[in-house]
Ligand binder design. Sequence first.
Ligand code: TXE
Length: 479
Amino acid sequence: MNIQNYINGKFTPPFSNEWIDNYCPADGKVYGQIPNSSKADVENAYTAAKLAFPDWSKTTLETRSRILIKISELLEANLQRFAEAESKDNGKPINLAKTVDIPRAASNFRFFGNAITQFASESHESVGHNAINYTLRQPIGVVGCISPWNLPLYLFTWKIAPAIAAGNCVVAKPSEVTPITAYLLGEICTEAGLPNGVLNIVHGLGTTTGQAIVEHPDIKAISFTGGTATGAHIAKVAAPMFKKLSLELGGKNPNIIFADCDYNDMLETTVRSSFANQGQICLCGSRIFVEAPIYEKFKTDFVEKVKQLKVGHPSKEDTNIGALVSKPHLEKVMQYINIAKQENGTILYGGHKITIADYENGYYLEPTIIEVPTDECRVNQEEIFGPVVTIMPFNTEAEVLQIANKVKYGLSATLWTNDLKRTMRMSNKLQSGIVWVNTWMLRDLRTPFGGVKDSGMGREGGFEALRFFTEAKNVCIKY
Ligand code: TXE
């Protein structure tokens, strides 16, 4: 399957005629090519966006809303096709793509289609001065959206939907590792009546295409999700141009389990929060801390449950764990398993590459549980981003709080307890942008989403996203 850029509503090849192979993680074979777009392609996309901006920014909220909701409906109508494409491109189980990725991408458009009709700004009366202030929330112009490979369409649309809802025009780049559903989205946008140039999708490597978007002097805001090192680099390039930046980066999230929790619910959810999407979700709880009295029981039960997970071809309905996204990524994750051994970690389960008949070159890995002797080891401090979790016991609330916070990341944390006061104390003190109590990845699109420390800056979601994609202008009128 050869794909093209989507610029000004048309599918176009890259000027340079340079192409990148696209691999299918399930069998390791090349199954298509994608453009490696250059500065010239990004400039072309920018020009289309710039020309579309005056009309789009004046389009009524009702019309914008109707188009966004139409995109959402078309995604739902094409659920099967998109889910198959996502599963093939990324290696994730088809069931996950069908129940999570594509429905959530559709709900991103529906949500922001509705949210823009409710978005309002403030007014401040300057009492005693006979003056009134009101704040205009104006779209920025042309904005850049850059997304990663783990939740390809879901995270791509999480940026694009609020950007266009707020009246901006977009130059967007999906990950070069998983470009297919972003490509298919172009067709749907045209069918939904999105005017040409409002959304432009350019494909290519981060260092060429992505870099050209970030460096473009007239793309005034960048919304990025991806690795922390890339985020730091983008900040360095964008800061001297005073671009608005939203950076959603890595995580090393603690999953803290107290003995008083609802045990079965916790166990079930912990299997999911550890291994969903092959552990390749920035919100996965990759560091599991268990209160000492239930530690041995948890260890036994968790290993037992994880043993039952079926690693298999992503297209099979009964597969729980599919293929990792790429060969280099599989190698990186396996390297961490070796590091764990050198650091005196005990592999309680997994740790090996799996060969699946007929798909011998696919990127399959056993779900892996490592018992660590201390939290101060690389597997407990660095983001692995694969089906690998560490576990260790703790004795007191103060102790677990300290180790939970002792990493450079701060995206999310999960807490399992029925003690209300402890919940309040811990939620206040955990250094993360999101705290889940007795649940994981429960999503309400109105809530702020993002991290602290090296997990990034800015918040996505709800009105936060609409605020990011607009500039506030205060107008002060004396009467
Ligand atoms: O991410 P990159 P990669 C973490 C995870 C993973 C690591 C690297 O630990 O192993 O990051 O993954 C584009 N200018 N996460 O290499 O490189 C790139 O093309 C502009 C966490 O895939 O950060 C892609 O579209 N853009 C994570 C996007 O940035 C650039 C999700 C992300 O790629 C660029 C994914 C540049 N110079 C990985 N270089 C999460 N937190 O959700 C790259 N890109």
